[in-house]
Design a protein. Structure first.
Length: 252
């Protein structure tokens, strides 16, 4: 076969071949365009959705009993917390970016730190979250924490989880249902509940949002089987009415 004809046939075959998985850039499940895995993953502003992470403070504080300087768990004013903001995480459909390089040093101003302490009561956490996750949002510290507060404030905490006096056990599905009932704009596939640690405690609730701050379905990072496989989990109280600081252990 003449060389020119062979070259022409190879060119036509290449044009007709289907796109590989890494080259397909059409919308993924739910209409979101998936992140192109062929590109660098830790690039500011290059992600698919946000996960707003609400931490159950009593679970965290149970592991910090010896830290007397902790602003969240050992306050001198006696204040206690239930759900607090752990962070706002840019996510890929699978995996996530972190520690993205920025043109300017990822410095969080003191005034901004102080402005976030009411919902994110840890200076170290505020600084850490911007460096690890905020740098990947493509936003300045002010923009990142402004969006974080707006999304945190948009979520209504179900009554059962507003400063409970007693402990109880429940299921991840029941927690999801409670949040959906309190927030009609949410759907079950927009949330995930994490558990673990001693006694299999509830650790956090993740709620997914688009880059524009609208509720959206979550990716594989919030797959419930990854976050909490147990059908039951223990929820320690924010304030205890039981003897010696113990709750009632009721089930809901």
């Amino acid at each position: 076969m003449p060389i020119k004809r062979m070259a022409l046939l190879m060119l036509v075959a290449g044009l007709c071949a289907p796109l590989s998985a890494s080259a397909q850039t059409g919308p993924g499940p739910g209409g979101r365009a998936p992140y192109d895995r062929g590109q660098e993953r830790n690039v500011p502003g290059r992600f698919d959705y946000y996960a707003l992470v609400l931490s159950w403070s009593p679970t965290y504080c149970a592991s910090r009993a010896g830290d007397r300087d902790d602003q969240q768990c050992n306050r001198r004013d006696g204040r206690r917390f239930a759900f607090v903001l752990h962070g706002l995480w840019p996510q890929h459909e699978r995996g996530w970016p972190q520690d993205c390089r920025t043109r300017e040093r990822p410095f969080v101003p003191e005034r901004l730190i102080n402005s976030m302490l009411d919902i994110m009561p840890s200076r170290r956490l505020i600084i850490h979250e911007y460096r690890k996750h905020g740098t990947c949002s493509g936003l300045s510290p002010e923009g990142y924490y402004g969006l974080s507060r707006r999304l945190f404030s948009s979520v209504k905490i179900p009554p059962r989880f507003v400063m409970p006096n007693d402990d109880f056990t429940t299921s991840p599905e029941a927690v999801v249902s409670a949040f959906v009932e309190a927030n009609p704009e949410l759907k079950p596939d927009m949330l995930g509940v994490a558990c673990g640690g001693p006694g299999n405690r509830m650790r956090e609730v993740r709620i997914c949002f688009t880059r524009d701050g609208e509720p959206t379905r979550c990716g594989r990072n919030e797959d419930q089987s990854r976050l909490c496989r147990s059908p039951r989990m223990y929820v320690p109280p924010a304030r205890s009415s039981g003897p010696s600081g113990q709750g009632t252990g009721r089930r809901i």
